[in-house]
Ligand binder design. Structure first.
Ligand SMILES: Cc1ncc(COP(=O)(O)O)c(C=O)c1O
Length: 470
């Protein structure tokens, strides 16, 4: 007998897959399948099973077959049957495998660190649940039927429209909806551009950056060449025979400064002269605290810069929504790399984000988060001034993380000491390009957005407690 999907959903609350193949008659097969479902945890303790009649009808077996199977499992202790309460999974039914013995370290890993100051995540407790749901509801209610079909790989026109207005207003991006392609975030944009054959390596990258992005580029066949950094940002004068350069101009990741205006211009000049392209990673461009907004580099030359952004820092990396504002000549190639249909970014989420932006909720959320992160940053700076005045804190004019400069030779021991006290953070070395020859300063990258408000004070105390003495 073939597998069967039981959909007596009014009883068991969900479809249940019962494999009725195997040796023996139908009764034996059903008994075995139900026993496995209980043992494996697919039927949870207390779950009420369908009455004989409806399960028999769903499976195409006789009522007595079900009754016999239930009776046998009651006798074995997997099920309980009480007058008026129907047949249920026994409360003490043991799961298939007793949990493996967990080591203390594994348990700590599973629970997560006690204090989390790793960069990369916005304050997850501040996700705008209510306004996002309102946008989602409006978007679904107003959506034409075609929205529920396969999507256009360019992305929903409503979102591209909203983004072109927002990016022009908030980031100085010069684009139009026809040049915006929606993707599932910055990492996806890199995959499309290099894995999709739109661009080729070698590609210059900043000597400090996300290793994950370098690995992703390597996997797409693009070799990365490190550009050293100094106080003015990436030394773009070192650009040579590459055809593309990836920069974080608004807020160098992770060291924290903006790219100097002369270097911004030089990067664009290089791209013009070389027939190359600048990839602008605008990962946290909205979060500046010093009233000196640093607009998008793309505004200098929309034909030489690919501007890439996402909601991962401004809202949540769980949404997996991002965008590229492309020079005209790359639009078709990127669309071809995406495929015939939208296979990456939920069309419904795209519509919700379009509504969220158009209604002003995105601006309000970013403003609120900017205030929250600014006050987090101020508390970090104040705590260090009081408890570790010898530790210099840099890169604090923008973003969701800061860099603490440590005395030479102390970074590794500090990161290790932090780990042993349940404080998760990264040292600068974790972000260093493996082949750069620039000096390697000792430092910590402190993500001050990650903990929720109530956990932040304790995380700061833990940080100050592990910093090396003068
Ligand atoms: C340097 C950098 N670029 C880009 C991103 C955004 O990545 P994604 O849009 O793939 O989540 C992040 C993290 O949020 C980042 O740290």
């Amino acid at each position: 007998m073939a597998d069967s999907w039981v959909n007596s959903a009014e009883r068991i609350g969900a479809d249940l897959h019962l494999d009725l193949s195997g040796p023996g008659g139908r009764r034996a097969a059903l008994t075995r399948a139900l026993r496995e479902a209980v043992r494996g945890g697919r039927l949870a303790p207390g779950t009420r099973l369908p009455p004989y009649r409806s399960l028999a009808a769903d499976l195409g077996v006789a009522r007595n077959t079900v009754a016999d199977a239930y009776a046998e499992l009651v006798a074995e202790g997997w099920l309980t049957a009480r007058q008026g309460a129907g047949t249920r999974v026994a409360e003490r039914a043991e799961p298939l495998r007793a949990p493996a013995r967990v080591t203390r370290e594994a348990a700590v890993r599973a629970r997560g660190p006690r204090h989390d100051l790793r960069q990369g995540t916005p304050d997850a407790s501040a996700f705008p649940r209510t306004t996002w749901l309102a946008s989602y509801r409006r978007a679904i209610q107003q959506a034409p039927h075609e929205v529920f079909g396969p999507g256009d790989p360019a992305g929903r026109p409503e979102l591209r429209e909203a983004l072109s207005e927002y990016l022009a207003r908030a980031r100085g991006v010069r684009t139009e909806p026809g040049r915006i392609v929606i993707c599932s975030g910055f990492a996806h944009a890199l995959r499309l551009l290099f894995g999709g054959g739109v661009l080729r390596g070698p590609l210059a990258v900043e000597a400090y950056g996300l290793g994950f992005h370098r690995e992703l580029l390597a996997a797409a066949g693009a070799r990365t060449v490190p550009l050293p950094l100094d106080a003015d940002g990436a030394r773009v004068g070192r650009l040579a025979r590459e055809r593309a350069v990836l920069l974080t101009p608004a807020h160098q990741f992770p060291t924290g400064g903006p790219l100097h205006p002369a270097r911004r211009a030089a990067a664009v000049d290089w791209a013009r002269g070389r027939g190359g392209v600048v990839l602008e990673d605008d990962y946290d461009g909205e979060f500046r605290y010093d009233r000196k907004p640093v607009g998008a580099l793309q505004g200098l030359d929309p034909e030489r810069v690919i501007h890439i952004g996402s909601v991962s820092k401004s809202m949540s990396p769980a949404l997996r929504l991002g965008w590229m504002a492309l020079p005209e000549r790359y639009v078709d190639g990127v669309l071809a790399a995406k495929g015939e249909r939208e296979a990456w970014a939920s069309v419904l989420d795209q519509l919700a984000l379009a509504d969220f932006i158009a209604e002003g909720a995105y601006d309000r959320h970013v403003r609120r988060m900017r205030q929250r992160y600014r006050s987090r940053r101020d508390r970090l700076v104040a705590a260090l001034a009081e408890q570790a005045p010898h530790v210099e804190v840099t890169g604090v004019a923008a973003g969701l993380h800061a860099v603490l400069r440590l005395p030479p030779g102390t970074e590794r021991a500090t990161v290790r000491a932090a780990g042993s006290r349940g404080l998760a953070l990264d040292g600068l070395a974790a972000f260093r390009h493996p082949t750069t020859d620039m000096p390697a300063p000792d430092g910590l990258v402190v993500g001050y957005a990650t903990p929720s408000d109530h956990a932040y004070g304790a995380a700061l105390d833990a940080l100050c407690g592990v910093l090396p003495p003068l």
